[in-house]
Design a protein around this ligand. Sequence first.
Ligand code: GTP
Ligand code: MG
Length: 302
Amino acid sequence: MNNNTKSIFIAITGRPNAGKSTLMNTLVGDKVAIVSNKPQTTRTRINGILTQGDTQFVFIDTPGIHKGRNRLSDYMNKSISESVKDVEIVVLVADCTKKIGRAELDIIAKLKSSEQNAVLVLNKVDLIKDKTKLLSIIEEYSELYPFKEIIPISAKDSNSRDILLPILSKYAIESPFYFPENMVTDQSERAFIAEFVREKLLWFMNEEIPHGIAVEVESLKRRTNKDKKILDIGVVIYCEKASHKGMIIGKQGQNLKKIATLAREQLADVYEDTINLQCWVKVKENWRNHDTFINDMGLGSE
Ligand SMILES: Nc1nc2c(ncn2[C@@H]2O[C@H](COP(=O)(O)OP(=O)(O)OP(=O)(O)O)[C@@H](O)[C@H]2O)c(=O)[nH]1
Ligand SMILES: [Mg+2]
């Protein structure tokens, strides 16, 4: 390893649905965190890693800060506070189509108490027709905190990577690399696959159901059959009510089939193997208040 390496830990924070995971994926250049139009998509901190030349960026995607009504929410909010502490810089992602709210003010209060280096990303500028509106938003935020930079972008647009990486890299510090150079995330393979499946459930299920879903990879095996590489995956989808189970499965299993097919196709792209995916749905009442279950699912305290 090169002796002159640098690394930088970057916490990505903001309200639910602001585009934090979208931004992390764009910065890493690979899909490492799931994305959906439903708030509270991300549940635990997920690290995305990018090594460029002598610099290693470690992005920490956090759940969107929100008002908790159950133990799972408590864990999610705790993981945000912890992520913001020990990093070189915090990226506050704000949806520029929304007014400054409680979530942004809470994060700014945390930044103030630790005098953290922070940049503000005003996301979703593609949705604003009259770009001059951004000026007043920028002014409002700059009165709240001495952000190092305020950067209007579209996290969906890959150009935002070229804009942000040079800004962030200024805060890198001399240190060995913490992760192998080709690594893009430190999630376990099982966690990554479970998230992929949960993402499809978020896409297709409405109302309260997605928030009460947990996905576990129960079995994961690789085998070869006539030179064909096959990945056998057994997944359990937990939901909170028998009625939810029925809705997830759908008439004659149509819904679950649609979800599993899409998950299988996308996993096949990632792994370049043949994917054999089996999904079961089980009811686990009120699991979001069961500490043991939350911990078993990897959603509890780390
Ligand atoms: N128009 C537009 N939509 C975006 C942009 N960035 C993200 N989105 C959309 O915003 C929604 C939320 O994106 P996520 O990346 O899941 O948001 P998040 O902040 O990680 O949300 P949580 O994990 O729930 O806290 C998705 O539907 C994204 O496609 C953007 O630059 N422009
Ligand atoms: Mg997210």
